[in-house]
Write a protein that binds this ligand. Sequence first.
Ligand SMILES: [Zn+2]
Length: 421
Amino acid sequence: MKRAVLVVRDGLRADMITPELTPILVRLAGDARVFANHRGVFPSTTRVTSASIATGCLPARHGLEGNVVALDEGDGLIAVSAGTPDFRDRLQRATGRTLMVPTLAQRLEKHGGSIVFSNVSAGAAQFQNPDGYGYVYHRQGSYGPGRWPLSGKDPFDVTHDSAGDAAMTERFVDEILGRRRPALAVLWQCEPDHCQHARPLGSPDHRAAIAGADACAARVATAVEALKAAGDDILLIICSDHGHETVDEVIPLETLLGDAGLKAAAGSTDVVVASNGTSALIYLPDAERHRAGAVVEFLRGQVWVGDIFAGPDLAAVGHRTDTALAIAVTTRNRDTTNPYGVAGMSHAIVDPLSGESNVGCGQHGGLGRHEQQPFMMVHGGGFGRATRVDAPSSPVNIAPTVLRHLGLPHDGMDGAPLSRE
Ligand SMILES: [Zn+2]
């Protein structure tokens, strides 16, 4: 039986796969095809990447442009977190849609089905399958086909930490891989990302979180080997969604725009800042579109700014150019090291919705070298062993690769299947 298994270790940087930090991943890499030039989407955030993995498309096509986005729910545009359990319904009420292209869950509905176990945010979990074509399990609410709630009879009580990842992995291996056997099984661990937001990169707590995630990968890999020995043809993809940088300063962008006379007040709907960690999306309603030039001019004069993408330039980073999203801005980053010798420093943008940007700890969302450096390795499914690919790859290559393995069409995606030879 042909099956696919996807394991995502949230936020693990490619350069943190070392014999010392992740001995099990290093051993698995020795038996896999390693995509050494794997790069994230923009913003380099989990919810956007989840939608890109699910659809094989960039944000311009799938329609979820940030971890935080601006929605007009009747009283003008406001910044809204895409991570909350109710975001999917709010998006649908405000815009009439969820994602704009089919997910793997939809494509596999009548071809063996899909089951997602996720220990990250509820929003990131739901964007694997926002319209109820398969199963999504999450601590804040689980759904079966038809978006039927499962929580009452099928509780998913995992904690949002390493211990929760470990408990989730045990259940995934026994129940999903061993007994329910869907065409696609997804395991999305919260570590090391969860720890990286609260502790310095390379610190003892962070190294412990990486070790815990490594043990989970070993558990899955061992189970997959046993299933293959029993005759299953399993494609196993192990990856992360983005990397991290160390936050050296937090920039109050909304306040700065107000001080410059470019925004009426905190929370006003004329110029809306959606912080995505080390980047921000700036939305302008139609009536305020004329402000774009002045906002860009202001940003160009700021020492903390990295890149600015406005109007037609948004297409270069995978975004639509015909919506209220007018400008994307990244922060400046440097390759200097933190006190634990980990390279990569970036500024973060104040995020009143998540509060996840802590000076000295990790963050992501922009185009910095280390936040744009997730990892990916592929086992089985005709992929060569102990080989390395230097051609660029992206999260949008995952869905078409899964579908090709399962013998299904992968039309209408931005990504192509990964090269096996
Ligand atoms: Zn994160």
